[in-house]
Write a protein that binds this ligand. Structure first.
Ligand code: SF4
Length: 360
C-alpha cells in the first residue's frame, strides 16, 4: 500500500541544501516570574496535588473556564484538560468554545493565537515565559526584509511564530496542514516558508514546489538524529516508526529510505494530530515515536493496549514543561497571565490564522 506520508518518488539525485541552522539565544525558563511567585506563595507550597486538582475543578466551574493542553504538556496537565491536541486543533477549540476563560497550557505563541481568534474571551497562560526556540528564530522585521527581497512572494508562516510575525504572513500552517496550504497557493507564486527549515524541506518534497526556506529549527526536534532512528528501528523490527516533520533527521531519513536503509512500509511522517490517527488505525503492536516525549502519554491513552517507545528519551521541551499543576492553579485563582495581542497586529495575524483553520 502507498505510504501517504512519503513523496511519490524518492530520489537520491536531488541535492540536500547546505543548511546552516539559525540559532538565536534560546529563552531561558530556569527561573521564571511564575516559578518565583509559586515559591513565595502563602498557600500553594502547602497544598497536596489532590487539593490543587480539586481547587482547579472548582475554579474552572466558577470562572466558566476551559483548559486546553498541547500534546507535549506534562501528563497531569493533559489529564486535567478539557481538550488535548496539536496547535491547529487547539486553535479550532479556542475558536469554538462558549467558555469565557481559556486557560492555555502550551507555549506563548499558541496562547497568542487563541487570543487573536477569541478577542472577547480572557486567554490565560500559566507561565508567561513559556516561549519556543523555533519561534525565537525570526522577527517581524526580518520577515519584512525578506519580503522586500521577494516582492511577489507569498509568505507561509508555520504557526510556531509570534503574533507580529504572523501579521506579516499571508497564510499560517501547522505540521498537519502545511502541505495542503502550499498546494492551495497558485503554482506561479513564489513561496517564502518560515521558520522551520525541516518542515519546509519536507513540504517541498511532498508538493514538488520550490520554496524559499527560512533557516530556523526547534532545538528539541533538530536534536533527534538519524542514528537514533536507525538504532531504535533495528531493535524493534515489529514496530511502526512515527516521525515528526520538524525533526532534524527527516531529510536524512528520506535519503536512507531511498537507499533502502529504512523500511518505507513502516516509516511515517506525521504532525502530532496525524500520529494520534495512525496509532488508532495501525495494526502494529509497537510504535517508535520521534518527537517530544510528552506525545507518548497522549498516544498511550489513545491506544492503551499498544507499546510506545521514544526514539530519543531526552527529547523534552523545557518550555512546554514549565507549565505545572501549581502554575495552572495559580493562573485560574489569580487570573494570570492574561495574553493580549495589540489590535493592529491581531487584525493582520487573524487573516493568516483563519486561512490556516479553513484548510484542514
Ligand atoms: S518542541 Fe520545539 S517547536 Fe515545540 S514549543 Fe518546544 S521549542 Fe517550540
Amino acid at each position: 500500500m502507498k505510504n501517504p506520508t512519503l513523496p511519490e518518488h524518492l530520489d537520491t539525485e536531488e541535492e540536500l541544501p547546505m543548511v546552516v541552522p539559525r540559532s538565536k539565544t534560546r529563552p531561558s525558563v530556569a527561573m521564571t516570574e511564575a516559578t518565583r511567585a509559586i515559591l513565595q506563595d502563602a498557600e500553594i507550597p502547602h497544598l497536596s496535588e489532590q487539593e490543587m486538582i480539586e481547587r482547579i475543578q472548582h475554579l474552572r466551574q466558577q470562572r466558566n473556564a476551559i483548559i486546553l493542553a498541547h500534546n507535549y504538556q506534562l501528563p497531569i496537565i493533559q489529564d486535567l484538560a478539557d481538550f488535548v491536541g496539536d496547535s491547529l486543533q487547539l486553535s479550532q477549540q479556542a475558536a469554538q468554545t462558549d467558555a469565557q476563560v481559556i486557560a492555555f497550557c502550551g507555549v506563548h505563541f499558541m496562547a497568542e493565537t487563541a487570543a487573536i481568534l477569541c478577542p472577547d474571551k480572557t486567554v490565560l497562560i500559566p507561565d508567561l515565559e513559556a516561549g519556543c526556540s523555533l519561534a525565537a528564530t525570526v522577527t517581524a522585521e526580518e520577515v519584512r526584509r525578506w519580503k522586500a527581497q521577494h516582492p511577489n512572494g507569498v509568505v507561509v508562516a508555520y504557526v510556531n511564530t509570534n503574533a507580529d510575525v504572523k501579521a506579516e504572513a499571508d497564510y499560517c500552517c501547522t505540521s498537519s496542514n502545511a502541505i495542503k496550504v502550499v498546494q492551495a497557493i497558485p503554482e506561479d507564486k513564489e513561496i517564502l516558508f518560515l521558520p522551520d527549515m525541516f518542515l519546509g524541506l519536507y513540504v517541498q518534497r511532498m508538493t514538488r514546489r520550490k520554496l524559499h526556506l527560512w533557516m530556523g529549527e526547534c532545538h528539541v526536534h533538530a536534536g533527534i538524529r538519524p542514528e537514533d532512528i536507525i538504532g531504535t528501528l533495528n531493535e524493534h523490527p515489529e514496530a511502526d516508526l512515527l516521525m515528526h516533520p520538524e525533526c532534524g533527521c527527516v531529510s536524512q531519513c528520506m535519503y536512507a529510505l531511498a537507499e533502502g536503509d529504512l523500511p518505507a512500509e513502516r516509516t511515517f511522517i506525521y504532525g502530532t494530530g496525524g500520529m494520534v490517527k495512525h496509532v488508532r488505525q495501525s495494526p502494529a503492536p509497537v510504535h517508535l515515536i520521534a518527537t517530544e516525549v510528552g506525545m507518548l502519554h497522549r498516544l498511550q491513552k489513545e491506544a492503551p493496549h499498544k507499546r510506545f517507545i521514544p526514539v530519543k528519551a531526552d527529547a523534552i521541551c523545557e518550555y512546554m514543561k514549565t507549565i505545572t499543576l501549581p502554575k495552572l492553579y495559580r493562573s485560574l485563582r489569580d487570573m494570570v497571565y492574561e495574553v493580549r495581542v495589540p489590535e493592529e497586529i491581531a487584525v493582520r495575524a487573524r487573516r493568516a490564522i483563519e486561512r490556516m483553520v479553513e484548510i484542514v
